[in-house]
Every structure is written in structure tokens, then in C-alpha cells.
Design a protein around this ligand. Structure first.
Ligand SMILES: *[C@@H]1O[C@H](CO)[C@@H](O)[C@H](O)[C@H]1NC(C)=O
Length: 742
């Protein structure tokens, strides 16, 4: 089957590609799993999203509506909706072109067991006299109520509520909750009546007033009670601090002021405010909505100190900015999807890894090498093949998701998604190639890889995500964690999910290229990390492969070869060896001595008349685990002329297999040299393979390929084309038994 023209790169690429495709086609289980997994995940997510959307499609989560027909149920056309028919939850969904105005309130601490409640403000100042005068102005001594303009009346009094403020002020909870609103004055009237005009003696609710008024289009039925507001002098701000810290059961403290060095020429004040209710921090920054009133109060008090009681800065109302309709939507697919999508993308990893290890375990790699498929073309074609496979897989995945309408895919810029997935799959293939050097068994590799895939997803979903969301966790550590490719993948998908969610909530788009400059967006780092790792891993993988593969004649530092000096004069060593063997020769049989002399002669005048020349080939297996070493081949001299058929016989353990293994590059000789067509087996195995055909002792076959397919593959590698190829492969036309030799 000798063919003088070695196959070109494209011929070999074609051979390997066709073989890979056939192999892939045969691997039905893997193919089905690869195709179905993303599809099923996408479908599950779509179903979940629909379920959540249905749940959210309840009046509870939508802008409030009432029926114009005065019935409880009515069709959509008979409904009027808007902020005034909404409760606290619903208002979030409403369009509010004209937000209501609410009187500014003080946040009052926990409710009082008796009536009238007493609310305290503490104050201190460098100048006691000044502080006293100013603080006396804080609370009015009586209530001013104008029933023709209740809004204005409410604003001109000091109002407070114990209710919990909301995250927004579209609906002030104080006016919608059952809790009363208190107006604070220096001393409540003795009869406890706030508004004598509407007080009716003998009503059970004599200590409260309830009246109905229109506020911002709402009809509010509000209970208003009087409360005593008192100011207490304290000697210093640290006393105030202690008192606030220890809490005051009897006199709940509304806020406290330190006038510092204020005087009639300047106003310098510290304000303490409360954002917890009964010690429970439950409204966080939102309580700030009720802080402006205390600042206004103290400023007014100072103004009145300067200009007299007639002056006043009226803080009339607070009002949110208008907003458009924002129906509540939970992008469950984007939130949950990150974990599932991580698995989907990671699925490819075991496929690439096991297929590489399979060829190694079955010694198919070396077999292909013997048939002239060198390392360069093998890796290029294999890499290209897995890249193409991954690209198709990812394309299908993104297309499935987009067609099913998952916001995760449709909202984010497709070009970012492409770049992200492309870099990642390249990194994944490189890592698989790197790891393939460390495994030699497909089963171990498969189990390890799948544990890795699912473990990575779970760890990322529960640990990495937790760290990302915890803003106090150092960013540097997150970047360190992202050096692990699986975590980098998760982070990237997480960012897509976040962008899709916020885009969907705000009715805008997801991630765009300009968003990458945002420091909160981890995508930029992830892309840089993955790209750098891809390049590094690729080189390391190629290097390790070169070092570990036999017959390439490369040492661990082969890339430094050019820089290192020649090893210690090899001639000298050679002559010493020669002397020793001469001594031995005296005891050897004459035909052996003759063969040895012939070899020595041939080496002095190199010709290519002899296909094989072995010069003192020696193989010594080092002892392991306490077993002694074994000399398998002892200085073999051999010269096989061209065109000669050479047979080698010997009892078991004579060293036949060891000799052949050295000749075909499976193992390296301990010492000595051998030349095939004038090429040294220690350094030029790649060249030797172009002229060598090997029929191995054991079947080196792809289990799922037929005999014919093997013949076609190796035939193509040997540059057989057209009718010759058909002829060769027709030996195996009708699914013949797999032939061991080609
Ligand atoms: C306000 O008071 C603080 C604390 O006493 C002081 O450091 C600061 O200089 C004062 N500011 C003015 C403008 O007086």
C-alpha cells in the first residue's frame, strides 16, 4: 500500500473530519442528550415563566381598579383603574402622571399606652439660653384648623404617624393605614378634644376625632389625635446619645438636636432621627421619607427666633415624581436560568474530554500518527472539529431560547452573547485538551467530568452568586474565583440574567456594549479572564502533549532546544560503549558479530539501501514497587536491506514486543539507536511514520465504526483517492468482520 505522495493537510483534514462525523453520528445517546438538554431546559423555563406570569396576572399585583357598574365583578371595559383605587402593593404597577401631594409627617416611635401620648425631643447647645429659646418654638401651643382647606391646615400643624413608611410616597401609608395621625402641640386641651366643632359628647370615641376629607383625589377617613410634644434639655450630645441608645419606654423620643455653636449669627445643628421602629430595622433607607419634616421644624424654630413668631417657612406637601405604568414582572427564566444555562454550556465539556481520552485509551492517537497524521494537523483538525461542534450547539441553544421568547436571549445584545460564548467554548475545548493528558481511562474521565459539571453549577449558583451579591465581599476575591473557567461562565451568564431582568422590568433593553464600562457589570473582567486563559491553556496543553507523547524526541524543555548548548560530547561516550561491546563480542556467536560489523560499516557510510538499521538498541524497564528491573532488549544490532521480508522469532519474553514498540515509537530505547530509511527513531518518528505501516498486536479500533469506515479513514490518510479508495474499502462492503490490519 506504499504510496509515494504523502497526503496533504487538506486530505488528512478531510479524512479525520469524515471519521469524526461518522463517529459522532454513531454516538446516538450523546447526540440525543446534547440536543434535548438545552431544548428541555428552555421549555421548562418558558413554562415556569408562564406560570409566574399567570400568578402575577392577579388584581393584587396590578394597578387597582373598580367597577363603574357598582358590582363586584365586571368586564375590563367597565373598569376604571388608577392609583386612587389601589393599595400599597398595587400602586407600584400604576401609571401616575400626577402624583398626589401628602402633608409632611414626622416618624413617631412605637405607640403609647395612654392618652394623650407624649412625644419627646431632646436638645442641647453650647449656649443653653439660645437653645432654650429656639426649641420653645418647635411645637405650636394650639392647633389651627381651617375646614375649607384641610390640606393647608394639616401642613401648618406638626403631624406624625407611627405607621411604617413605604419605599415610595405615591400612597402615604399614614393616610391609608388604620393608625391615627397625631398632631403634636405643647399641651393637648384638657378635654382631649382636638376639634370641638365636631366633638359630640358621650360618643365612645371621645378621645379621638375622625373626619373625612379629600386628599389628592382620595377620600380619606382619617382619625386624628392630639399628642403632647415636649422638649427636654440635656447637658451634652453624649448624654443624648446615651439616652437614645438606652431607649426610653415612657417618653418615646421622636428626634434630638444639638445646636452646637449656633447663635443669632449662624445656625449649626445636628439632627438625630430614627429609622427603626421598636428596635426593628425594617424600613431601612425608606424611613428617610419622613425626615425632612424634622429639619423643617428646627429651621422654622430658628427662623422664628430671628424674625419673630409670625415668620414661617411652610412645608406644604411632599410629592413623588410622576411615573409611567410599571406592571410587576418577575423574570424567573433569567434568574433561574443562569444555573441551568451554566449546565447547558458545560455539557459540552465531558463530550470533548471523553472523546479525546477515548482515542488515547484505545491507542488510536498513536495509530493515526503511525499512519502519517502528525501532531500539528491532528490537533488543528481536532480543535477545529470540536469548535465547530460547540459553535453549532451554542447557536442552536441561543436560537431555541430566542424562538421560545426567553428575555435572557432576546434582550441582550447578540454580538456580546456571541463573543462571550465563542471565547468560552474555545477556553472549554483548550481545558479539555489539557486535562485529557492527565486521564487515561474514559470511565474515570466521564465520571469526573460530570461531577465537575454539576458541582461547578451548584457551587457557582449557591456560593459565587452569594458573594457577587454581597457588596462587602472583596471584588478581588471574586476575580480570583472567576479564574476557574466554570465560575467565569456562571458570572457571565449571571450578568446576562441581571441585564435581562432589569431591562424587562424597565421596559428597555438588556446588556449593550457600552454597559461593559460600568464597573458593577462583571462581564468585562470575565471576557478578559477567559480570553487570557484560552491562550495560556492552549499553549500549556500543546506543550504537555508534546512532552508526554512518545517518539517526538522532545524533552520537557524542548522549546529551549535552540538556546541550550549541545549535550556533552556524545562521541566520547559512544567510543567507550564501543570498547565495551568489543569485549563482549569475543564471547558472542559469529553471526551476531558479523551483523554487528555490518551495522558498524553501514553507519560509517550511510546509504539508504537498508530500510532498517539497529545500532545497539537496548531497553531496560526500571524496577517498580520493589520489583527488580528487567533488561528486555540487550544491545540489538540489525540491518534489514530494502525489499527484504524480515521475520523475528523468539520465545516469550525474548524482547520481540519491546523491540517492535521501540521501532514504532510506542516506547523510547534506553540506549542505542535505530534508523528507518535513514531516519533516527529517537528524533524523527514523525518522518518515519510517513513511510511506515503498522499492524499492531491488539485491535486499535473505534468500537462504533465499521470495518469499511476504518479502511476509508486510513485509506484517506494514506492519500488514496477515487477508484483506488473505493476498491480498497470494498474489501469490507458487506459489513465484514473487522479486519485488524490495513
Ligand atoms: C459646626 O459645629 C461643628 C462642631 O462643633 C464645628 O466643627 C463646625 O466648625 C461648626 N460649623 C460652623 C459653620 O460653625
Amino acid at each position: 500500500m506504499a504510496n509515494p505522495v504523502p497526503a496533504t493537510f487538506s486530505t488528512r483534514a478531510n479524512a479525520l473530519l469524515r471519521k469524526n462525523l461518522t463517529f459522532q453520528k454513531r454516538n446516538k445517546k450523546t447526540n440525543i442528550r446534547l440536543t434535548l438538554f438545552p431544548l428541555i431546559i428552555c421549555i421548562i423555563l418558558v413554562l415556569l415563566q408562564n406560570l409566574v406570569d399567570n400568578l402575577l396576572d392577579k388584581p393584587k399585583f396590578k394597578c387597582g381598579c373598580v367597577c363603574t357598574t357598582n358590582q363586584t365583578t365586571c368586564s375590563d371595559s367597565e373598569k376604571v383603574c388608577g392609583v386612587k383605587y389601589s393599595d400599597q402593593t398595587q400602586v407600584l404597577a400604576c401609571a401616575i402622571p400626577n402624583p398626589p401631594e401628602w402633608p409632611p409627617l414626622l416618624q413617631l416611635p412605637g405607640s403609647e399606652p395612654w392618652y394623650p401620648p407624649v412625644y419627646t425631643m431632646l436638645f442641647t447647645a453650647d449656649d443653653h439660653y439660645f437653645g432654650q429659646i429656639v426649641s420653645d418654638n418647635i411645637f405650636p401651643s394650639n392647633v389651627t384648623m381651617d375646614y375649607t382647606d384641610i390640606m393647608a391646615s394639616l401642613a401648618s400643624n406638626v403631624l406624625g404617624s407611627e405607621s411604617t413608611p413605604d419605599t415610595n410616597n405615591f400612597l402615604e401609608p399614614a393616610f391609608t393605614s388604620d393608625l391615627p395621625i397625631y398632631y403634636l402641640q405643647t399641651r393637648c386641651p384638657l378635654d382631649n378634644i382636638a376639634f370641638p366643632e365636631i366633638y359630640q359628647e358621650g360618643t365612645p370615641q371621645q378621645d379621638m376625632e375622625s373626619f373625612t376629607y379629600e386628599i389628592a383625589g382620595f377620600t380619606v377617613d382619617q382619625e386624628i389625635r392630639c399628642a403632647d410634644g415636649i422638649n427636654l434639655w440635656r447637658d451634652s450630645s453624649s448624654v443624648i446619645n446615651n439616652e437614645l441608645y438606652e431607649g426610653h419606654e415612657d417618653n418615646p423620643i421622636v428626634s434630638a438636636f444639638d445646636f452646637l455653636n449656633s447663635n443669632e449669627n449662624g445656625f449649626n445643628v445636628t439632627v438625630w432621627y430614627k429609622s427603626t421602629n421598636k428596635g426593628v430595622t425594617n424600613f431601612g433607607p425608606t424611613a428617610l421619607l419622613r425626615i425632612p419634616r424634622s429639619i423643617n421644624l428646627i429651621s422654622n424654630a430658628y427662623l422664628q427666633f430671628l424674625r419673630g413668631l409670625g415668620t414661617k417657612m411652610l412645608f406644604e406637601f411632599v410629592k413623588e415624581m410622576p411615573k409611567s405604568e410599571t406592571p410587576l414582572r418577575i423574570e424567573i427564566a433569567s434568574l433561574l436560568g443562569v444555573l441551568f444555562f451554566t449546565w447547558v454550556v458545560l455539557q459540552l465539556f465531558p463530550v470533548v474530554l471523553t472523546s479525546l481520552i477515548y482515542e488515547k485509551q484505545q491507542k488510536l492517537r498513536i495509530m493515526m500518527k503511525m499512519h502519517g497524521l502528525g501532531d500539528g494537523p491532528y490537533w488543528m483538525i481536532t480543535y477545529g472539529y470540536f469548535l465547530a461542534l460547540s459553535v453549532i450547539y451554542m447557536l442552536c441553544f441561543v436560537i431555541f431560547g430566542s424562538v421560545l421568547g426567553l428575555k435572557f436571549f432576546t434582550l441582550n445584545d447578540y454580538s456580546i452573547q456571541f463573543v462571550f460564548y465563542f471565547i468560552y467554548i474555545n477556553l472549554q475545548i483548550s481545558v479539555a485538551i489539557l486535562l485529557a493528558s492527565f486521564f487515561s481511562n474514559v470511565k474515570t474521565a466521564t465520571v469526573t467530568a460530570y461531577i465537575g459539571v454539576f458541582g461547578t453549577g451548584l457551587l457557582a449558583g449557591f456560593l459565587l452568586q452569594f458573594f457577587i451579591q454581597d457588596s462587602s465581599f472583596p471584588r478581588g476575591w471574586i476575580i480570583c474565583m472567576e479564574l476557574y473557567p466554570g465560575f467565569a461562565l456562571y458570572r457571565g451568564l449571571y450578568e446576562f440574567g441581571q441585564s435581562a431582568t432589569s431591562g424587562s422590568n424597565m421596559g428597555t433593553v438588556g446588556m449593550r456594549w457600552q454597559d461593559l464600562s460600568d464597573s458593577a457589570n462583571g462581564m468585562k473582567e470575565v471576557l478578559i479572564i477567559m480570553f487570557a486563559e484560552w491562550i495560556i491553556v492552549l499553549f500549556v496543553a500543546y506543550y504537555i502533549d508534546q512532552v508526554s507523547s512518545t517518539g517526538s524526541g522532545k524533552s520537557t524543555i524542548f522549546f529551549l532546544k535552540g538556546f541550550l548548548k549541545k549535550p556533552l560530547s556524545s562521541c566520547k561516550k559512544l567510543s567507550i560503549q564501543r570498547q565495551e561491546s568489543n569485549v563482549l563480542a569475543q564471547m558472542e556467536k559469529p553471526d551476531i558479530v558479523q551483523e554487528k560489523e555490518k551495522v558498524e560499516q553501514l553507519l560509517l557510510e550511510p546509504t539508504i539501501d537498508h530500510a532498517i538499521v539497529c545500532d545497539g538498541l537496548k531497553k531496560f524497564y526500571r524496577g517498580r514497587d520493589g520489583n527488580p528491573g528487567k533488561l528486555a532488549v540487550r544491545e540489538l544490532f540489525l540491518a534489514v536491506p530494502r525489499g527484504e521480508c524480515f521475520g523475528m522469532l523468539g520465545p516469550n519474553g525474548a524482547g520481540k514486543t519491546s523491540f517492535i514498540s521501540m521501532m514504532i515509537g510506542l516506547t523510547k530505547p534506553t540506549s542505542g539507536a535505530a534508523y528507518v530509511q535513514g531516519l533516527d527513531i529517537r528524533t524523527h518518528m514523525d518522518g518515519i511514520y510517513t513511510s511506515m505501516g503498522v499492524c499492531p498486536q491488539h485491535n486499535l479500533l473505534w468500537e462504533s465504526l465499521t470495518g469499511r469506515e476504518h479502511l476509508l479513514f486510513y485509506g484517506r490518510l494514506k492519500n488514496l483517492k477515487g477508484s483506488v479508495l473505493t476498491q480498497v474499502s470494498s474489501f469490507c462492503k458487506n459489513s465484514c468482520a473487522i479486519n485488524r490490519c490495513f
